[in-house]
Design a protein around this ligand. Structure first.
Ligand code: ZN
Length: 348
């Protein structure tokens, strides 16, 4: 989810880029967020972004307006139509005033001056409800002033106002957790112990050295036991460590799929969920992904306990063998023969 939201952030902060200009030409300057979509989510990458944003907003996990305009010189922010003060556009907050505006598309800079706001009404506002609304609007705008820099964007839930995947994921997790109470995923063809391992990994409940140290447990080193080069954090151990990197590379080549740039176990499973494959093939990919995490962790434990049951170079072979065993013993009908499995596990 957080990865998808990153596209929204990139959309607004990189308006010079081609894909942004193309998207704008397809969906309009409002990026499609204001449209009610009849079609199902996921028709195009951008529609998936919109669907994700809308879903989080609807469920009350993350407001659409987490992403908001920040006034600089006011030249690119629509005074009435953009959300830039409060949590809705001024046109929807003050429809009467908007109806009296001469140019509904005017920018903030068109209305602001050092001397005060320069209104352009179609007729004078002397009293009545409109006058009261205007007074309210003036109060809201009291602290606004344009400055000599480009208008920007703020990611409201971040301390520094700028988007981060980690911070956003944390925010979403915190809120989703409250609702779903440790909802878990279960791969039916992987053994129970592997499912439990996956669950613990997804919830960061594996005893990595960095985690043990953080809990105040006295350990001689926080370095990765596999390579010894970096601290043993989840993203290092499972993705960026040299052994993990090599294993994923082999696994993806075997699956005939392009490597996806993920650094978090959760993102890997989210990617699996989004694959456009028939359910039985998706399950094979899932079980192979589970086996890969499982063997990276087992290799690590072997090294920690000096057991030497698995060698670095045999991790990939073990993944292929054991995922085959799981897939062929726990499924009612055998999908693939061993020789085909070695070629491509998702064979027709
Ligand atoms: Zn390492």
């Amino acid at each position: 989810m957080a990865l998808i939201l990153k596209w929204r952030w990139r959309f607004v902060v990189s308006d010079h880029m081609l894909w942004v200009r193309v998207t704008k030409s397809l969906y309009g300057a409002q990026e499609g967020f204001n449209q009610v979509r009849k079609s199902k989510a996921g028709d195009s990458p951008w529609e998936r972004v919109i669907a994700a944003v809308n879903k989080l907003d609807l469920k009350g996990v993350l407001s659409k307006n987490t992403l908001r305009r920040q006034v600089g010189d006011g030249r690119s922010i629509s005074f009435w139509l953009d959300t830039w003060v409060g949590d809705q556009s001024l046109a929807s907050r003050f429809p009467r005033l908007a109806a009296l505006e001469r140019d509904i598309h005017c920018k903030v800079a068109d209305r602001w001056s050092l001397e005060g706001w320069r209104w352009q009404w179609v007729r004078d506002i002397n009293g009545g409800i409109s006058y009261a609304h205007l007074a309210e609007l003036m109060a809201i705008l009291r602290n606004v002033s344009c400055v000599d820099k480009r208008d920007g964007w703020v990611w409201d839930i971040a301390n520094d106002g700028s988007f981060s995947v980690a911070g956003t994921r944390y925010w979403i997790d915190e809120r989703v957790l409250l609702v779903s109470n440790l909802e878990t995923r279960w791969c039916v063809i992987a053994p129970r112990k592997v499912n439990i391992f996956i669950w613990r990994m997804l919830w960061k409940r594996l005893p990595t050295r960095v985690l043990l140290k953080a809990k105040g447990i006295d350990i001689p080193s926080v370095l990765c036991p596999v390579c010894g080069g970096e601290e043993e954090r989840f993203n290092h151990l499972f993705f960026t460590c040299e052994v993990a990197e090599k294993v994923w590379c082999l696994v993806f080549r075997w699956l005939h799929l392009d490597w996806i740039d993920v650094r978090e176990p959760r993102d890997m499973f989210q990617w699996v969920d989004g694959l456009r494959l028939p359910a039985n093939k998706k399950m094979l990919v899932e079980v192979i992904i589970c086996a890969t995490f499982w063997y990276i962790w087992r290799l690590r434990n072997d090294i920690v306990h000096e057991a030497r049951l698995i060698h670095k170079d045999s991790v990939f072979d073990s993944i292929r063998e054991c995922s085959f065993t799981w897939a062929s013993t726990r499924q009612k009908k055998v999908l693939v023969h061993w020789n085909n499995w070695l070629q491509i596990p998702m064979v027709e």
